[in-house]
Design a protein around this ligand. Structure first.
Ligand SMILES: [Fe+2]
Ligand SMILES: [Fe+2]
Length: 161
């Protein structure tokens, strides 16, 4: 089932690297929701958490490199959500699995909608205003290294079903 539907009007921030990552996030949330059984759900949730760790580490690095004024608050929010996801992932394979599924299908998408339109939107605005193309490429390369992302862009065709 589809619990989140990407639309540019709702989610796009105009910074391709952030938008690509957010599109992947939406796909991975949907993959969790369509998991047929507990084992499939746990695997999908693990993939979502791993992706989110990189997603947040990438943004954290961009904020740290550019002395973004709301960095502390934004990084703290990332940390809080990762801890929450890890807690629910622990329950995902056991008798509390329904709570974990509910978290991924309702609370997490709701959180993301707010986060993208507030904190991530502010970061995107900051990036658009403070760096030329060359400086941005250097920022991204450094953020990729910090977040463990390698060879980004090769799989961009998998964005739509
Ligand atoms: Fe983000
Ligand atoms: Fe963020």
């Amino acid at each position: 089932m589809t619990v989140m539907t990407w639309s540019d009007e709702t989610y796009a921030l105009g910074v391709d690297r952030m938008d690509d990552t957010h599109r992947e996030f939406v796909e991975l949330v949907n993959a969790c929701d369509s998991a047929a059984d507990k084992a499939a759900f746990v695997a999908a949730f693990k993939a979502l958490l791993a992706h989110t760790e990189q997603h947040f580490a990438f943004e954290d690095s961009l904020m740290q490199q550019t002395a973004f004024s709301s960095a502390e608050e934004h990084i703290g929010e990332h940390r809080k959500v990762l801890a929450e996801m890890a807690q629910f992932l622990k329950r995902a394979g056991g008798p509390m699995s329904a709570f974990a599924r509910e978290y991924v299908r309702a609370r997490l998408p709701e959180w993301f909608g707010i986060h993208a339109s507030t904190m991530d939107s502010a970061l995107a605005f900051h990036l658009k205003g403070t760096a030329d193309a060359e400086a941005l490429a250097a920022l991204y390369a450094s953020a990729d290294a910090a977040s463990g992302i390698t060879a980004k862009g090769a799989d961009a065709t998998s964005a739509t079903a």
